[in-house]
Design a protein around this ligand. Sequence first.
Ligand SMILES: [Zn+2]
Length: 84
Amino acid sequence: MDKPEIIGGDAIAKANGKLCSFSMRWEIDGDYMRCRICQRPQLTSYARYPFPHDAGCMGAQAHEEHPWITFVQLLAPLWQEIGK
Ligand SMILES: [Zn+2]
């Protein structure tokens, strides 16, 4: 049986770095995305809504407004490789 191909290259390395950085700001908890500062959740269904941080959470200024959309975009390079 052939070994599965390891995916790599610049696009994957760049995606890996962005995933690491993303996970410093956000945590995926089942079908919720949680802010690592205020711990508030957002369900996938609300991906197009601005993230509902706690009042006064620094993440409201420091983090992207739509983390689910960012997450899907971060996976695009992986999808390009795996979908081949
Ligand atoms: Zn927050």
